[in-house]
Design a protein around this ligand. Structure first.
Ligand code: COA
Length: 167
């Protein structure tokens, strides 16, 4: 199993993977156009046969804040540590970009806690990040939980995130 940067040829497989869970209202559906436009944000997990069995994306919001999104592992590959590897690889990618804080919104907070993320109040996240929510089938009564991983003890009150709130 290999984690690597996604390529345009991976878009159909990423789309299929996300659709599996979007059909169950666990994730937001992504069109091929959206996936091609954001392909540089994606990592994929490829099994030994070259099949895509997982994906994740890191979307940069601001100088010091990025979102881990589109995390999915195909059902047959779940439970083998692939999800954790994708989460860790996104954190590494964020740190290489010198981003200090990564957040995620999820229905599986316990999984992210196992991966080193801490729960925060959704209302503490900057308003700018909510643009996508109107597209979610569960909007406005979503029960997603917000979690963050950061090099700062108090990440959502850092100076640069306060700047994002103000923009
Ligand atoms: C959530 C998901 C990514 C987990 O992937 P995975 O490859 O099965 O997870 P891993 O095998 O890496 O698990 C890592 C740890 O989290 C735990 N874990 C995995 N799924 C969990 C869950 N749903 N709830 C609680 N803990 C979970 C594992 O037991 C493991 O614990 P450990 O620290 O004792 O080893 C996968 O189930 C998935 O794709 N779900 C559907 C889409 C989805 O909900 N995505 C979430 C982002 S919105």
């Amino acid at each position: 199993m290999n984690i690597r940067a996604a390529r345009v040829g991976d878009v159909p497989a990423i789309g299929d993977l996300i659709r599996t869970f979007a059909d169950r209202k666990l994730m937001i559906r992504r069109s091929p156009g959206e996936l091609y436009e954001s392909i540089r944000e994606f990592l994929v997990a490829e099994d030994d046969n070259g099949q895509i069995v997982g994906c994740s994306a890191l979307h940069v919001f601001w100088e010091d804040l990025a979102e881990l999104k589109c995390l999915a592992v195909s059902e047959s590959a779940q439970g083998f540590g692939i999800g954790r590897k994708l989460v860790d690889a996104c954190w590494k990618a964020a740190r290489e970009l010198e981003i200090a804080t990564v957040f995620t919104l999820t229905y599986v907070p316990e999984f992210f806690e196992r991966c080193g993320y801490d729960r925060v109040e959704k209302s503490d996240l900057p308003h700018k990040i909510w643009n996508e929510c109107v597209r979610c089938p569960l909007f406005p009564s979503c029960t997603e939980v917000a979690l963050v991983r950061s090099i700062y003890p108090d990440p959502l009150n850092s100076e640069s995130v306060a700047e994002l709130v103000a923009v």
